[in-house]
Design a protein around this ligand. Structure first.
Ligand SMILES: [Zn+2]
Ligand SMILES: [Zn+2]
Length: 458
């Protein structure tokens, strides 16, 4: 979907916008954090029934990404697209998942002023695992083992074939007995999961065993370390390492996403910033406002409602205006540089803090400009060039009658490197549409929104 932006020449802050360098197959692509989170939801949580559980997962996946960004730095990217980091599947992203990501946009899980290590597991089998038992460096007060009454973890069984197990261990570079008659658990973690196994006389780390079997024989055999073993027969519960958010339990809990996160990461807080700012929704059917400072920002809703009533274009319902609490959260959520005041995607307008825009005298003009984009996009036929859409918004906001009507290129309108060049392109577009209106009349030019540009103009 095309995006539309209003420009202000703020000095861009030093920190770059939050993007993620992702390795997919043999190529690396850079994408916005929120786009990455949608891909992770599709890859890791596509079977979820509960929308609130999906929102909890969105916060966990986003926090995981912010906390662990650069884990593949030495290879030239941030994350791989497999379960080693987080499994990403862009082909499976649905509008539902995009909405879920949007509803929690920018929200992170915080602990003592820093993004938490928000790991998650398929199914803890009824008791989560202590992070310190799996990754000693990552032990944390919010990742202690506790009961999970919500996932009645499905049981699994596996009868190990001794010859295949020995082969799998050898291929994985692990020590293996010459012959295998019986496997026993010789040491357990605090949550009663296997920590160390003995394979006849050979001792082996239980998770190394699980990974070797998984990689060589299939991941659905030894699904977790929560099992009993007699001879070569495994009886287990759950799936995955068991640390952090249990996806099955979260999906079945039936509670709001903040409660889900509080249950699996006790002692953390959810918010856009470490101080725990969270969204409040104001308004109704026509225009709603998402804000972290409802008292301060209520005026934006009033201004927007007044403007929407006075537009020459038909009214659009279901508009959402989202005001970020500071420049960083705006940049993180939109990927736009600091000199962009606001951005519109379909019916959602995302804005910098009202106080920032007001102090530069562009609050009302920004709201008007973005509302015009919403109404223009609701009508525009496919293939209408960007200069016309942008110029029409500019003209309806404030016609420019002086200078030569030069049409800017779409590339100049879209680039985010040079703010002065962008400003010039916006002015050129406005001037070009103003000149069309002067020659053809406003009604005719507005009509082209639905019919497309006539050949003489194209
Ligand atoms: Zn990875
Ligand atoms: Zn569970």
């Amino acid at each position: 979907m095309a995006r539309w932006t209003a420009l202000i020449l703020l000095l861009a802050a030093a920190a770059p916008a939050q993007t993620v360098k992702l390795r997919v197959g043999n190529s690396t692509r850079e994408l916005g954090l929120e786009q990455y989170v949608a891909g992770v939801l599709a890859g890791e949580s596509s079977v979820f029934q509960s929308r609130e559980a999906l929102k909890a997962m969105a916060v966990a996946a986003r926090t995981y990404a912010v906390r662990l960004r650069g884990r593949h730095k030495s290879e030239g990217y941030d994350f791989c697209a497999t379960t080693h980091c987080q499994h990403v599947d862009f082909d499976a992203v649905t509008s539902r998942l995009v909405d879920v990501v949007g509803e929690t946009a920018g929200e992170l899980l915080w602990f003592q002023g820093k993004p938490a290590f928000a790991c998650y597991t398929r199914d803890c089998g009824g008791r989560t695992e202590d992070a310190g038992s799996v990754w000693p460096d990552l032990a944390a007060p919010y990742l202690k083992s506790h009961e999970d009454p919500y996932c009645a973890g499905a049981a699994w069984q596996w009868s190990a074939d001794p010859i295949k197990v020995i082969e799998a261990l050898r291929r994985a570079g692990l020590r293996a007995p010459a012959r295998l008659n019986q496997i026993a658990i010789v040491e357990r973690t605090g949550s009663r999961r296997a920590r160390t196994l003995s394979l006849d006389s050979v001792r082996i780390d239980a998770s190394a065993f699980r990974f070797a079997v998984g990689r060589e024989l299939g991941w659905n055999l030894v699904r977790s370390d929560a099992y009993e073993v007699h001879g070569l027969a495994f009886n287990g519960r759950g799936s995955g390492h068991g640390v952090g958010l249990c996806q099955l339990g979260a999906d079945r809990m039936g509670r709001p996403y903040r409660d889900i996160l509080a249950f699996y990461y006790p002692g953390t807080s959810v918010g856009l910033t470490a101080t725990g700012l969270s969204w409040t929704r104001l308004g109704g059917e026509g225009i709603s406002l998402m804000t972290t400072r409802p008292n301060e920002d209520r005026v934006v809703l009033e201004v927007a409602e007044r403007m929407a009533g006075s537009s020459p274009l038909p009214r659009v319902q279901g508009i959402e205006i989202r005001i970020y609490p500071d420049l960083d959260t705006f940049r993180n959520a939109t990927g736009e540089p600091g000199w962009v005041a606001a951005r519109t995607d379909g019916r959602r307008i995302q804005m910098q803090p009202a106080s920032v825009l007001r102090s530069r005298g562009v609050l009302e003009s920004t709201i008007r400009h973005e509302l015009l984009h919403v109404t223009i996009e609701a009508q525009a036929v496919q293939g209408l060039p960007a200069w016309f859409r942008e110029g029409l918004a500019g003209y309806l906001e404030h016609p420019i009658r002086t200078g030569a009507p030069t049409r800017p290129s779409d590339a100049d309108l879209r680039q985010r490197v040079d703010p002065e060049k962008a400003r010039r392109a916006y002015r050129d577009a406005t001037r070009a549409v103003t000149s069309l209106v002067e020659r053809q009349g406003e009604g005719v030019v507005l009509g082209w929104l639905r019919t497309g540009l006539p050949p003489i103009v194209r």
